[in-house]
Design a protein around this ligand. Structure first.
Ligand SMILES: Nc1ncnc2c1ncn2[C@@H]1O[C@H](COP(=O)(O)OP(=O)(O)OP(=O)(O)O)[C@@H](O)[C@H]1O
Ligand SMILES: [Mg+2]
Length: 814
């Protein structure tokens, strides 16, 4: 997760040292700067991931919008490729909208490098996503690693070569300086084995590396053997094995076979307990901790107490990686090639062995999520959310496994326990999808409490994704079960969900009695957390009905109860709502105070949803207080954040904010266009503005009409309505920045590269439009259009507008 947007990278730290590859690094960096999709291909274990990480690391210099690592190896479901990239970029998924679209819109014109690692098993989805990104995001570049190319236009394939090996007869110095031998020596030294420095030792090391074709993974596995046998013996054993494989001929093996032979040999040298552990570890997706390994690896030949020792032995043999980079206890991980090999070995033991391993894996994660559930709304919320983040691959694998099982209960419990997690991390759609699949299974139709809990969780998530009809049906069914069972806590929970569904559909009158009855149950139970949630719904209803003071009272009480329950996320969000209701009631000082408090809570929790809202509301406070410049800066900030996280409704709100602030009142046309763009976006979403914003927008449109005259206003407003909202947002931000910081001079060597905005301008020039018309169409000032045109001419080495128009036509822009 991109939990620190300020850092602009999430590349994982590496524990072992990186060796050599200077030429390859230079080549990859050059390719990345010249081509927007570079794919590093090669056989398993060739060093694609490591080279990709190193190259990307060198490019993460804090410039642009960062360098991001998306680890695709743990994914089984191709649909999760786009979700994973969205997560990594901090983009929030949106109800009813394909994730790819949201990511594309959020990336927009930002300049990013994204490393898509281990694409091979989800290659189709990677190709589709890459294609969409490259087509629509002009400043984004992709670096992929994959055993096969993505196969789309514009892809530059770079085959990762083996590490350099010394030639037969090279002198000792040259041998020791070769990449492969350096890797062998480094990994041996990491295990406390130091290769001798004499000529004979160098020759042996050189021959071993040549035998292994310079494949990094094979060399690491071989180095791990040097603890138990001297290099000479290792070489002799390799000779024997490879002679066997090649039928005694001296011809080499294909690279895959070389690696396979080395992995086979490493496997055969394991004792049966180590073999059993390694095979079972293959069911983990994306790393695991010691406790999880213990749960999954125990078996008849492996007592729990021995797992730690066996894991250590596997780490020593380089078959398991141990990453201890942070302050935590460290995590284990299997390289993809090794994981696949181990999965093959597990499969060879038969279906019973596989399902046993998967069952213990699922049960471990079921226990973990059930232990986590109460903490997700309690004092240790942030830690538990982070913990679940690290396990997302495993949680998904456990859910997928459960969906194929006859007994639906464990799967339902697992997915329902994650309710707070799905919500907090913007995965409502995924959680709801998983729950719906489980709920629909034929074995899941009984009227059991786990089903009711799962229905409630699904309804809660579907309310968030806007699927009100299904959510309503789930609520009814769950209420019936909860009532029959006398589960008051669940009843109150469901009443609150129903009420919010009604509120979202604009029915505060129908929602209020439902809320009151839920509150009655919550008070009766003495459950502050339930009461807090119901009060937040009542506050919302009161505000819609125009009772702002009542809304503020309920929100304040709700925040107090969330605090008592230890739910910081809840406290932060409620203080934000409280601030908003206070704005509506006209109490600016109290509003500012509470919004600032909300902001301070949301920041460390990385609750982007809250941050976007609060930033916008702080802008409203400034606007209502008469500080237009301060308001504009906050609206622009919230627009930028909303755009980056794909929150479309909030983008529209922020556009309205910018219209209100009106660039210091100098440009009514600009405000009118922004109103048009925002209104169209809201209409497309079917979203009704909240009362305060609706009132302010209305007043502002009247002001503009008075200042400009109806005809001019209508023309500008209509021009705004045809703008794509993401584009309008992008342009508005560029415009505002252009006022204070003009674009840097473009260096001569990049002279043929036009920015997307310049391309837009050029296209319209080529269509024969005048500067004022272009300005209107693109929501720019005339001055800015003029500046763009000057840049275009300079970059293309042209001297006249007519020449630029001709060039644009030739380039196929019109
Ligand atoms: N230049 C290098 N310096 C040090 N170690 C390296 C280097 N290249 C590769 N390795 C190590 O070799 C092993 C295999 O490399 P890596 O995982 O990058 O291969 P891969 O080609 O991505 O494999 P897969 O196809 O399984 O994903 C890893 O342990 C990695 O750290
Ligand atoms: Mg890899």
């Amino acid at each position: 997760m991109a939990d620190n947007p300020g850092l602009l990278t999430n590349l994982p730290a590496q524990v072992s040292s990186f060796i050599g590859r200077e030429a390859e690094l230079a080549a990859v960096r050059a390719l990345v700067s010249g081509s927007r999709l570079v794919t590093l291909t090669g056989a398993g274990g060739a060093g694609k991931t490591r080279l990709g990480l190193q190259a990307a690391g060198g490019l993460a210099d804090g410039s642009g919008d960062g360098v991001w690592f998306a680890d695709l190896a743990p994914l089984a479901d191709p649909d999760l490729v786009a979700v994973t990239v969205a997560d990594v970029l901090g983009v929030r998924q949106e109800p009813g909208r394909p994730v790819t679209d949201t990511v594309v819109a959020a990336v927009g014109g930002r300049s990013l490098l994204v490393l898509l690692d281990n694409c091979e098993h989800v290659i189709g989805a990677c190709a589709e996503l890459a294609d969409a990104l490259l087509r629509n995001c002009p400043n984004l570049a992709l670096l992929a690693t994959s055993r096969e190319p993505l196969g789309i236009g514009g892809e530059y394939v770079y085959r990762v070569p083996s590490m350099g090996v010394p030639a037969d007869g090279d002198d000792a110095e040259t041998v020791r300086a070769s990449e492969a031998v350096r890797l062998l020596a480094d990994r041996a030294a990491a295990q406390g084995v130091h290769l001798a420095q004499d000529a004979e030792a160098a020759a042996v090391a050189g021959r071993i590396c040549r035998r292994l074709d310079g494949i990094p993974l094979a060399i690491e596995l071989a180095a791990a053997r040097l603890r138990g046998m001297p290099p000479g013996e290792l070489e002799a054993r390799l000779d024997e094995r490879f002679a066997l494989l090649t039928g005694g001929s001296r011809a080499g093996l294909a690279r895959q076979q070389t690696l396979r032979a080395m992995v086979d040999w490493s496997w055969e040298l394991l004792n049966p307990a180590e073999q059993a552990v390694l095979a079972r570890l293959s069911v983990f997706a994306g790393g695991f901790g010691l406790a999880a390994a213990e749960a999954v690896a125990v078996g008849p030949e492996v007592p729990a107490a021995e797992v730690l020792g066996l894991l250590g032995a596997l780490v020593d043999k380089s078959l398991v990686q141990f990453d201890r980079t942070g302050t935590g206890p460290g995590r284990y991980r299997l390289l993809e090639t090794v994981r696949q090999y181990a999965a093959g070995r597990l499969g060879a033991l038969g279906p019973a062995a596989i399902s046993h391993a998967r069952l213990t894996h699922r049960d471990y994660y079921l226990a973990l999520t059930e232990a986590a559930a109460p903490h997700l709304i309690g004092h240790e919320q942030a830690d538990w959310l982070d913990r679940l983040d690290a396990e997302l691959g495993n949680l998904r694998a456990a859910i997928a496994f459960s969906q194929a099982q006859a007994d639906p209960a464990p799967g339902l419990r697992l997915a329902a326990s994650l309710r707070g997690y799905w919500r907090a991390r913007g995965h409502a759609a995924e959680g709801a999808g998983a729950l719906r699949a489980l709920l629909d299974a034929p074995g899941a139709q009984g009227t059991t409490l786990p089903r009711a809990q799962a229905l409630a969780a699904a309804a809660r998530l579907l309310q968030q994704t806007g699927d009100y009809a299904i959510a309503e049906g789930y609520c009814q069914e769950a209420l019936a079960i909860a009532r029959a069972d006398g589960d008051d806590y669940l009843i109150a929970d469901l009443l609150r969900i129903r009420a919010v569904i009604l509120l979202r559909q604009g029915q505060p009158g129908a929602a209020l009695p439902v809320i009151e009855s839920g509150l009655g149950v919550a008070h009766h139970l003495g459950e502050p957390y339930l009461a807090a949630r119901l009060l937040s719904a009542r506050a919302f209803a009161a505000d819609v009905e125009g009772d702002h003071a009542g809304a503020a009272r309920d929100a304040a009480e709700s925040a107090r109860l969330f605090r008592q329950a230890g739910d910081r996320l809840g406290v932060g969000q409620m203080l934000g709502s409280l601030g908003y209701y206070e704005l509506s009631a006209g109490d600016l000082d109290a509003a500012r105070r509470h919004l600032a408090e909300s902001h301070d809570i949301a920041r460390p929790l990385n609750d982007r949803y809250s941050i976007v809202h609060t930033t916008f509301n702080l802008g409203l406070a400034e606007y209502l207080g008469g500080s237009l410049d301060a308001a504009e800066a906050l609206f622009a900030q919230s627009l930028d954040l909303a755009r980056r996280t794909g929150m479309r409704a909030m983008m529209a709100y922020a556009l309205i904010g910018l219209a209100l602030a009106g660039r210091g009142g100098t440009d009514p046309g600009w405000s009118a266009r922004l109103h048009g763009a925002a209104d169209q976006a809201l209409a497309d979403l079917g979203h009704v503005l909240q009362p305060l914003e609706a009132r302010l927008a209305d007043l502002d449109r009247q002001r503009l009409r008075a200042a400009m005259g109806d005809q001019a206003f209508d023309a500008e407003y209509a021009a705004g309505r045809i703008l794509d909202p993401a584009r309008a947002a992008h342009q508005a931000l560029q415009e505002l920045r252009a006022v204070t910081e003009p674009d840097a001079e473009v260096p001569g060597q990049a002279a043929t590269v036009l920015t997307p905005r310049e391309l837009d301008v050029l296209k319209l020039v080529a269509q024969g439009m005048s500067n004022p018309d272009i300005a209107r169409r693109l929501v720019l000032s005339e001055h800015t259009v003029h500046r763009h045109l000057a840049n275009i001419l300079r970059k293309l080495g042209l001297t006249s507008r007519a020449a630029a128009a001709a060039w644009g036509t030739r380039a196929g822009l019109v």
